[in-house]
Design a protein around this ligand. Structure first.
Ligand SMILES: O=C(CO)COP(=O)(O)O
Length: 246
């Protein structure tokens, strides 16, 4: 059986005082059968790791460099993230693909860095509204997955989590229906199965895009949805706790 995972992605939202209050509210979360992760912006990673030392919640970053180290002004390496206590890194979020021109090749390179360092990669895929309206959702998601499927070996795949985040559902309040999400999750699992049936059975596939406390349960009860990558609602400790235990 795959474990459910709930990961919060704060994006570029945080301050020391709100982070402290959030940590106080969530530190005692108790859902031992689930994997719970929060991904704050880089400057708050240390504060969050320290605040969650006694907690079930683990910590991830929202991005990483594709290089190991050196003259890359403004970049943060996976080794640094591991050093400050991160266990996960989100790679290839649609905001990074769209706003920072991250290609499938760069997403693969970053994923490799994460896996080589012994961390887990939450790799995001998802189609835009126009791609969905043109009937190309599966084709787009298939293309985003194809390099990972051809290049990563089976051992590497064991530390990969896929997050299906339809771009049109991110931050819009327009959640994919459980049926729409399940259909794409099933497609993703079939792509994994074409490579390796065991891999398809084992890989956690999260849904992201306007997940809230009141729709999480129905989404997470779909057979191929193994939890959620939660943006806006993860900033609110009460909402996040409800989603973690939904
Ligand atoms: O992009 C997301 C998580 O990575 C989803 O964001 P929202 O939950 O705010 O729609």
């Amino acid at each position: 059986m795959r474990r459910l995972m709930i990961a919060g992605n704060w994006k570029m939202n945080a301050a020391s005082d709100t982070t402290a209050a959030w940590l106080d509210a969530v530190v005692a979360v108790n859902a031992p059968e689930r994997d719970l992760v929060v991904c704050p912006p880089f400057p708050y990673l240390g504060q969050v790791v320290a605040g969650l030392e006694q907690s079930q919640l683990q910590v991830g970053a929202q991005n990483c460099a594709s290089e190991d180290g050196g003259a890359y002004t403004g970049e943060v390496s996976v080794a640094m993230l591991a050093d400050v206590g991160c266990q996960y890194v989100i790679v290839g979020h649609s905001e990074r693909r769209a706003l920072y021109a991250e290609s499938n090749e760069l997403v693969l390179a970053k994923t490799r860095r994460v896996l080589t360092a012994g961390l887990k990669a939450i790799v995001c895929v998802g189609e835009t509204l126009s791609e969905r309206q043109a009937g190309h959702a599966e084709q787009v998601v298939g293309q985003q997955l194809s390099l990972l499927l051809s290049e990563l070996n089976t051992t590497e795949w064991q530390a990969v989590i896929i997050a299906y985040e339809p771009v049109w559902a991110i931050g819009t309040g327009e959640t994919a229906t459980p049926e729409q999400a399940q259909a794409v999750h099933h497609f993703i699992r079939s792509q994994l199965a074409a490579r390796d049936v065991g891999l398809a059975e084992a890989t956690q596939i999260l849904y992201g895009g306007s997940v809230k406390a009141d729709n999480a349960r129905e989404l997470f009860s779909q057979p191929d949805i193994d939890g959620g990558l939660v943006g806006g609602a993860s900033l609110d400790a009460d909402q996040f706790l409800k989603i973690c235990t939904a």
